[in-house]
Ligand binder design. Sequence first.
Ligand SMILES: Nc1ncnc2c1ncn2[C@@H]1O[C@H](COP(=O)(O)OP(=O)(O)OP(=O)(O)O)[C@@H](O)[C@H]1O
Ligand SMILES: [Zn+2]
Length: 615
Amino acid sequence: MATPEELAVIEKAKVLMVGAGGIGCELLKTLALTGFKDIHLIDLDTIEVSNLNRQFLFRKQHVGQSKAKVARDAVLKFKPDIKIEAHHANVKNSDFDVEFFKQFNVVLNGLDNVDARRHVNRLCLAAGVPLVESGSTGYLGQVTVHVKDQTECYECQTKELPKTYPVCTITNTPSKPVHCIVWAKDLLFARLFGDRNQSSDLIVHTNDRTSSAATADTDFFNIKDGETPESYACRVFDGVFGDNIEVALRNEETWKSRKRPRPLYICEVYSDAKKPRIDGSCNSPDGNDKHTASAARILGLSNPQEVWTVRDSANVFLKALELLLNTRQKDIGSLVFDKDDQLAMEFVTAAANLRSSCFDIPMQSLFEAKGIAGNIVHAIATTNAIISGLIVLEAIKLLMGNLDDCRTTYCLEYPRRKMLLMPAELSAPKSSCYVCSQSTLLLEVNTTMTRLREVVEKIVRGQLSVNSPMISQGPCLIYETGDDLEEDMVTQYNQNLEKFLDSLPAPIVDGSILSIEDFQQEFTCHLQIKHREIFDEEKEPDNMVLSGKLSTTRDQALPGSVQLTAVADNVSIHAVDDDDEVILIDEVAKQDLKRKVLDEESVIVCGKRQRTEVS
Ligand SMILES: Nc1ncnc2c1ncn2[C@@H]1O[C@H](COP(=O)(O)OP(=O)(O)OP(=O)(O)O)[C@@H](O)[C@H]1O
Ligand SMILES: [Zn+2]
């Protein structure tokens, strides 16, 4: 319950919330019930069926509608006297510029991706507005507070981007379910239903140049005149799970230290019986509905938690492919995989399972595959409610001017010292941060073999999250985006994108320093180039390595070996050291970072540990 002084500040505050999903719905409700009266809310998305189990402002009849608008309407029903302005839009839109941000007393993030969080961080820094940032994954979560020049900004700590896998592992040597799921959604699904002109590494090539089948025949992707979707589906099946694996097996070197895969053909799966014909589905009225069309349901596979057999997977593969071809004709060629598209998810699960069976990898249920495909740990409503409460508490401290009382709070899975919530002191800005301290980053790249386009896409947009980049070297402008550019400049920049770095009008070579600016974000950073010839394909699949100076001043490592209490891919976990002290571990973070952890009475721990942050 807020004090009268707090209530006075709360009622006057103007707040911006970004994201109206799991955390956002809870946050909007809690803000309204706490007494906030002037709230802007931005969310780009519409409501999915899968949101309904935890985003309690939404109901079944809202599926397909704007999250921001439905959330606003739901809260106004029980708090009609407050002002909530809903923006159904991407926070990266140019309408939400520094001037827009300046009108708020505090910004509260309930986002689910690093890219948008970075964008909001930069706008908050530019506008001088404090930011309360949050994230949750299953039982884990955290709330952090960022104030320009006073605390770390959101980007002072290195964030782990979604895991990428080397193409060769995905196409040639999968060893985990996730490799097969990535193959099914990013390569096979994209090749069959997406833009066919995009190059695809789906097909295996063999080193054996003497073999007549040195390269797999990819004809099976082209539908023949008069061919039925059913027989096309069978041909694709034999092509990708049979012939393609046969070709892979010719690369003898590859299998010297690995288990050889086993090709799988339709005739083998259905050796004992004829393939079942299941009718009455292709033209059903709901066949084109993303949320309802289902091959599994037609086949009687109604339990999403059950792992299908190879035969079930083959049935779903053939039926889903047939349904997609029959009911999504208009979209074929431009379909993008979406884990919430039931039919697409069933197709990907079936394809991944069939590939898994070839490579002797455990198969997954539809439910598990969806989690892996969407890179999600299933969200827990209570964690989101706790996180939202903490966001509001931190926002109130900021509005009261009590920055010293603000804490980063970690929500743990298991109590430690009877605590599930671990508060930690805020840290000062990091001198190594390329965003708030403008430190120079180092980019190792082969300047003779890398085109500017790769640097712009993978590094500038991909890793640095620069929205509208302007890249220059000294006085020479190399690349720029924007609607107001002259036509000849656009032509010149497009030509530059296709040039190797050392062949640009202002050649980028070892030692060059590039300036990267984004006017909307009011962001500038500097990249120092280091020419490097060779990269490790497994560890450095982009053939480029971006790194920054590591800060050492504030961080003092304390001894203590770490015993993990839970391990999960890409998931932050907590751990204890030898003295049973609580430390926080991020399994995937690479840097040793330390942070004071406070209990109710005193400072109890400072450990050799890595930062826990979840998204
Ligand atoms: N750039 C952006 N601009 C505006 N809103 C964004 C942006 N990026 C993400 N969001 C919103 O942030 C919210 C994050 O919520 P949440 O993590 O619960 O994801 P979800 O999409 O609702 O659920 P799930 O991904 O688990 O199905 C989403 O509603 C999403 O639309
Ligand atoms: Zn910073």
